[in-house]
Design a binder for this molecule. Structure first.
Ligand SMILES: Nc1ncnc2c1ncn2[C@@H]1O[C@H](COP(=O)(O)OP(=O)(O)O)[C@@H](O)[C@H]1O
Ligand SMILES: [Mg+2]
Length: 346
């Protein structure tokens, strides 16, 4: 569905050069749900805009939905759906009008557009909202409307840019269900960007991790986590026995990355669940009391930390900063950028 080789994008504005995307290869097969995970500014939106024909690559080639990105951009646009980061609904439009308009822009007749719109609003739990102005919808409803608009022409491949950024946890979980449904019931292939580890983990079959314009890792969530060596264990002890506790931990088979702070011993071990009973017995034998213990399976954040030396949680900032790079992208005059939104240009 997607085969990209060496995609690059350099921005030059006001004498400053930014290599936003430094030659990425992407393969997505039919029916997959693939996540593009990385901190803000990593190059996710830029890559997506190239794959959706909104931005001309500085270098590289791609086949998207069976069409060549450079030779047949119109063919690409006809076959894909794109749900942009901020969405694209007009605030003063009624939901039904917005959907019908979108359908007609894609060449559907009025009756077909209305019919397809009804189907989508039912699937996306938007029934009964037809006559509402889009600006009165909740964040989750508006996001689902964005999705309906992106799907009006029944594309087989859909791109989502940060589908749940800014949504509360409940609306986020609800939207995940809808995204899963697109795949399971409509056989849509999905490529989405996110800076949420939980989202990539919960939703995606496969994840590409991007950092600084380069793909730094790729695999299923489980395979990526398996690259981190073992569970992380934190033991709480009385301050004055920290050193003795650390000595005991040091004798545990496979224990590594041992660090201490007063009253705390941390380490990694291949299997935390089997290491702990033996450790408790060793503490008992030396008359030491363990005040608390915590075992954590590796998370995708551990993966990111291992790969880049930084925590994705720290580097991705808060929700509200999610659109900064995009705001910069919209504001800068770039002669290579095509101005149309692909969902309206087929
Ligand atoms: N039109 C543009 N002009 C100049 N720099 C840009 C433009 N668009 C994006 N960038 C820069 O490219 C980098 C990647 O941005 P982006 O692809 O939006 O990242 P992400 O979507 O992962 O947050 C950032 O440093 C951003 O500031
Ligand atoms: Mg972005």
């Amino acid at each position: 569905m997607i085969k990209a080789r060496g995609l690059q994008r350099r921005f030059t504005s006001r004498g400053r050069t930014v290599d936003a995307v430094k030659g990425v290869d992407i393969d997505v097969t039919e029916g997959e749900l693939v996540g593009f995970l990385g901190p803000n500014g990593a190059g996710k939106t830029t890559t997506l805009r190239m794959l959706t024909t909104l931005l001309t690559p500085t270098a590289g080639e791609a086949q998207v939905a069976g069409c060549d990105l450079r030779a047949d951009p119109v063919g690409v646009r006809r076959r894909i759906g794109y749900v942009a980061q901020g969405g694209g609904t007009g605030p003063e439009c009624k939901v039904a009008e917005e959907i019908e308009l979108q359908g007609r822009l894609y060449g559907l007749g009025k009756a077909d557009a209305i019919e397809r719109g009804k189907e989508l609003t039912e699937q996306l739990d938007l029934s009964g909202l037809d006559q509402r102005l889009t600006k009165t919808l909740s964040g989750g409803q508006r996001r689902r409307l964005d999705i309906a608009l992106g799907l009006i022409h029944s594309p087989k491949l859909v791109f989502f840019d940060e589908p749940t950024t800014g949504l509360d946890p409940q609306s986020r979980a609800n939207l995940w269900e809808h995204i899963r449904m697109l795949r399971s019931e409509q056989g849509v292939t999905l490529f989405l960007t996110t800076h949420y580890l939980e989202e990539a983990d919960a939703l995606c079959d496969r994840i590409l991790v991007i950092d600084g314009g380069e793909i730094v890792a790729e695999g299923t969530p489980d395979a990526l986590k398996a690259r981190v060596s073992g569970d992380s264990v934190a033991l709480g002890v009385d301050d004055d026995v920290t050193t003795r506790a650390a000595e005991i931990v040091g004798r545990v088979e496979g224990a590594h990355e041992l660090t201490t702070a007063p009253g705390e011993v941390r380490f990694r071990v291949p299997r935390g669940d089997t290491a702990l009973p033996a450790l408790l017995r060793a503490f008992d034998a030396e008359n030491l009391t363990m005040q608390s213990m915590q075992v954590q399976r590796p998370t995708l954040d551990d993966v990111f930390l291992t790969l880049t030396g930084r925590s994705l949680r720290d580097s991705s900032g808060s929700d509200s900063s999610g659109g900064d790079a995009d705001a910069a992208a919209e504001a800068s005059a770039d002669d290579n950028e095509r101005n149309e939104v692909p969902t309206r240009a087929a």
